[in-house]
Design a protein around this ligand. Structure first.
Ligand code: HEC
Length: 118
């Protein structure tokens, strides 16, 4: 009986350890989300990425955290879709897709990451 309980406890401890590792492995970082959410296809950070939208390497110098969150979720609130958006002296066709279905936690991680780029 005691042996059995011992095994049970050991198994529980191993399970907790493994789940702690996997939780930290899957908690997405800002740079990882920037890739997995497809932002990188249109935006460059530190020399990597597309040119369809503005370079975001220093976006935190000009935009606030809440502004960036709104831009991710509903870009149409800032730039009328299909219009010409003038950002840092460059002109872009405003075609950024909205991300209304992105979990709020991911929006927060991404926005905090971008706001930190100065
Ligand atoms: C299909 C291309 C495309 C994708 C994908 C895209 N964007 Fe954009 N993004 C743009 C364009 C074009 C603009 C210019 C304004 C607009 O379209 O709303 C823009 C503007 C921005 C801006 C404003 C920059 C500034 O200085 O004003 C931020 C921040 C931004 N995008 C973040 C993101 C993030 C984060 C993602 C991924 C979740 C993303 N974008 C996905 C094309 C894209």
């Amino acid at each position: 009986m005691i042996k059995k309980i011992g095994k049970f406890i050991v198994a529980g401890i191993i399970f907790m350890g493994v789940s702690a590792i996997s939780v930290s492995a899957f908690a997405a970082s800002g740079p990882a989300l920037f890739r997995s959410q497809g932002c990188i296809a249109c935006h460059t950070i530190d020399g990597q990425g597309g040119q369809v939208g503005p370079n975001l390497s220093h976006v935190g110098l000009q935009r606030s955290l809440s502004w960036i969150k709104t831009q991710i979720v509903t870009p149409g609130r800032h730039f009328a879709p299909g219009s010409q958006a003038s950002i840092n002296g460059q002109s872009f066709m405003a075609i950024m897709p909205n991300h209304k279905n992105m979990p709020a936690s991911d929006v927060n991680i991404l926005a905090n990451y971008l706001e930190s780029l100065k």
